[in-house]
Design a protein around this ligand. Sequence first.
Ligand SMILES: [Fe+2]
Ligand SMILES: [Fe+2]
Length: 345
Amino acid sequence: MRLTDPIIREGPQLHVEYVAFDSFGVKSMCVRVETPDITVTIDPGVAAEANSFPLPVEKRRALLHHYQEAVHESCARSQAVVISHYHLDHLQPSRAVDLYGGKTILARDPAVMSAKQAETATRFFKTIDGLPKDKLWADGRKFKFKKAALEFSPAVWHGTRDAEPGTVVMTSVSWGKEKVLVTSDVGGPLETSTTDAIYSAKAQTVIVDGYPTYHLGQLASATPVRQHATDYDLVRSIVNLCRILAAPGLKTLVADHHLCRDYRYPAFFKLVYDKAKQLKKQFGTAAEILGKTSAVLEGYQNYGPTRWHKWFPLEARDARAVLERAVAEGRLDKEWTALFDRWVA
Ligand SMILES: [Fe+2]
Ligand SMILES: [Fe+2]
């Protein structure tokens, strides 16, 4: 090498910045991905945690303001902003130049959204009219920015299939062979087709929305569409997370957002933590990946319990029994016990 040769940066070129997450104490899964060719902020929204979150209301409000600022700062440093769906923990509906001014917005066509989200989307685009540089509909498309690529999945279910929230898109950002995938609100994931797509994405880092265990026991059988969490859905999400951990090339799996609103999560997801250890892969909430304690656990330690007082770690035998029961009652396809044996046990 001659002294006049350009300096070539060694090591990873794609940097993932965890901007705002439920494990930091706000409803959000905002990520900034920096590459040499483009910097993108995914889902620039933040909302305050609910009363079941073990922090006093003034602390939750202070965290909200802090992370709203962090998201503004993140967008100001980005050329592109992704909006995976139109829930207010994924976008800020304000006419702020630093959020949207001069940016390429990659979002979802309101025409393909559920009625409620389409309404929010239409209002949102009216609010920011004239601010962005351009606006591109994302579903199932790929956009190149020199060596960087932004790729969007076709619509996937927002948690439970056919439920009212509708769908989201998953976002991958890659640069050369480096890739991160951010799922948005897949709520587990629950669906096999969603898990298939994550498994085969060839991402080194996957950031998923974990299962909303705070809904457990609230099965809304009176509603025509099952919207709320059940114990077998929790086990399905465990099977799917263990499968994602086994994906070739995957190094880090972050599970956050809905999962981090319930201080029981380390007990409920024990099997996934065990599997990660066995496979020598990194698994945890965004806070844990950064070497910190999740806000919900810190809150529980400092302020005590809110809604839940007694619970147990979910062990393999009990988890499998939950699936067996659901299969016997005809609520779940029998392939799930085989999937459990293959990926978890
Ligand atoms: Fe959502
Ligand atoms: Fe969300």
